[in-house]
Design a protein around this ligand. Structure first.
Ligand code: RP5
Length: 207
């Protein structure tokens, strides 16, 4: 059975390796509970769409150049693990952290931001009622955040941070945006040219 201390020891050992940054996870996705996963998987979707691969073994990176990892880290149930994840993030080669938590005391994103500083943290309030506790940081303790549940945007934002250093990610983001523009143009022309009723009929028939 894996204990919290096992995980802390693992993170410390990985940090001590000072591994080649090309082999380490570029983005860390952490969440307060596995019950957050259905909401947080949007970050996985965005990063996968941009060609990132999930790294499940620190020693054996995937073939893809850009990667992310995921852990459950609870601010309240496992504060020591939260501290260790944030403290070791930079040495483990993690360049951006996406942190999501729910409930009214959604402290994982904000505490991780303070502990991992200056590694940027993108907070995801898992529920509407979590928004204030995620974004309410005091002056000097920054955190960027997306709206409740918008983990897909958190994935895109994390990629944007990395894109300032990696042209390949910038190109993928530009391509993604071009596809979005194309989709809007297509639907706009269809709505206009078919008319509202026919457009709705066709949409219903395609459902
Ligand atoms: C928060 O408490 C977690 O982020 C989750 O959103 C919420 C409930 O957690 P579980 O009781 O489902 O594990 O810390």
């Amino acid at each position: 059975m894996t204990t919290v201390q096992d995980l802390i020891d693992r993170l410390d050992a990985e940090a001590a390796q000072h591994a080649d940054p090309e082999t380490t996870p570029d983005i860390g996705i952490i969440m307060g509970s596995d019950s957050d996963l259905p909401t947080m998987e949007g970050a996985f979707d965005a990063l996968t769409e941009l060609g990132f691969a999930e790294q499940t073994d620190f020693e054996t990176p995937p073939d893809q150049r850009f990667t992310f990892e995921s852990y459950v880290v609870s601010a309240h149930r496992t504060p020591e693990l939260m501290e260790a994840y944030a403290r070791t993030a930079a040495d483990r080669g993690v360049d951006v952290i996406i942190a999501g938590a729910g409930g009214k005391s959604a402290d994982l994103p904000n505490m991780t931001a303070s502990l991992a500083f200056p590694v940027p943290v993108i907070g995801v309030p898992v529920q509407e009622k979590s928004v204030d506790s995620v974004i309410g940081m005091p002056t000097g303790a920054p955190l960027v955040a997306v709206d409740a549940g918008k983990s897909f945007n958190a994935g895109l934002s994390a990629a944007q941070v990395l894109a300032r250093e990696h042209e390949a990610i910038e190109e993928r983001l530009v391509g993604y945006h071009e596809d979005l523009k194309g989709d809007v143009a297509e639907v706009s022309a269809a709505l206009h040219d078919e008319g509202i009723e026919a457009f709705q009929r066709r949409q219903r028939s395609e459902e």
